[in-house]
Design a protein around this ligand. Structure first.
Ligand SMILES: [Zn+2]
Ligand SMILES: [Zn+2]
Length: 353
């Protein structure tokens, strides 16, 4: 089991937890409604952000020449995170012996804690060890600071690693529709990330998507973004992964393992385009219920529709964030797509009508 503790006094700061891959929606900000979003992680798990993340933030214009590329950014940003690499994400309920210090919380949040600086202290010795986030529109989270916390007991923890077959049986994924019929925020994030990877892998060629479900998620935005600037022969995007027969194509939408982060291995002739497991599982295996005849009464609490009625608008922040970290964004045509986010300071992206 893995337990994290305070570096200064060795107090345990978490319950035993198991490592999972950092989800694409780990840093998501979504919507304008009151309250924070559900935690990204399941109880009993943790994820590590291997890249510098969180505050302080450095303005792009103040970076030295070549510094951005050295830090893994290939297109301009308003600012980039210069916090420590290796921050540890947890569900807040798994944290122990750390308390929020109002004096550290800052006043930049809206309704809650926005995570602008570490705001939780070790309850034993008072060292700032973590950042609690619960502001409106943000994912409920605790991020442990790797400079003041570390692993004090190492092991697998409560969740064993599932193989791909077990994943299909035991991890059904997240339904696309929320009870009100809107797209689930995870899908909005997963589609944004997949879209950025797909554009980078396409090399600027038009993309054909024969699978109707995949097309529902990606085609409308692809048409708006890439169709006007794509040239050359078509590239075909097929679905690939456990439990489905291999299909011929140029690009493959493959699942990312939610625990190990590995991508489903495909033939070298296919370029993999990763999609979060919790979305991929639904795309690959969920089938719409058979239509019910008109004479059948509608049950009072009908389940939400599988595919929401509205068009999926991918998360613009996550799209820009993922794209800016792919070296392919240096290609002029893709840089032009990226630059359409410019009026929004490279922080938002409006995909257009
Ligand atoms: Zn608020
Ligand atoms: Zn301590």
């Amino acid at each position: 089991m893995t337990v994290f503790g305070c570096r200064a006094c060795v107090t345990a700061l978490t319950v035993p937890v198991s490592k999972v891959a950092l989800p694409v929606h780990a840093h998501q900000k979504y919507g304008n409604g009151p309250g924070s979003l559900d935690p990204v992680l399941e109880p009993g798990t943790f994820a590590v952000d291997p890249l510098p993340s969180g505050p302080p933030w450095r303005r792009w214009e103040e970076l030295e020449p070549g510094e951005a590329e050295a830090l893994g950014w290939y297109a301009p940003r308003f600012s980039i995170p210069d916090g420590p690499a290796g921050r540890v994400l947890l569900a807040p309920g798994d944290v122990r012996s750390a308390v929020i210090d109002p004096a550290l919380a800052g006043d930049t949040g809206c309704c809650g804690l926005d995570g602008s600086q570490p705001n939780m202290r070790c309850a034993t010795c008072g060292t700032p060890v973590a950042t609690r986030i619960d502001d409106c529109g943000l994912r409920n989270a605790v991020w442990l600071d790797p400079l003041t916390s570390h692993v004090i007991d190492d092991g697998r923890g409560p969740h064993s690693i599932l193989d791909w077959t077990d994943l299909i049986d035991q991890r059904p994924g997240i339904a696309p529709a929320e009870p009100d019929g809107a797209w689930d925020p995870m899908w909005v994030a997963a589609a944004a990330s997949a879209l950025a990877h797909l554009l980078a892998a396409s090399g600027g060629h038009p993309i054909r998507i024969p699978d109707q479900r995949v097309a529902t998620i990606l085609q409308p935005t692809l048409d708006r973004l890439a169709a006007p600037v794509s040239t050359g022969p078509e590239r075909t995007l097929v679905l690939a992964g456990p439990g489905i027969p291999a299909a011929g194509g140029d690009l493959a939408l493959v699942p990312q393992h939610p625990q190990t982060g590995e991508l489903w291995p495909v033939d070298p002739s296919l370029k993999p385009v990763p999609l979060a497991w919790d979305a991929w599982r639904h795309v690959a295996f969920h089938r719409d219920p058979k239509p019910v005849g008109r004479s059948a009464p509608i049950p009072p609490e009908a389940p939400p529709p599988l595919i929401p009625h509205s068009r999926l608008e991918p998360d613009g922040r996550i799209f820009l964030n993922v794209l800016a970290r792919l070296p392919e964004v240096s290609q002029p045509w893709l840089r032009a797509v990226y630059e359409r986010g410019r009026p929004y300071n490279y922080s938002y992206y409006i995909f257009g009508p």
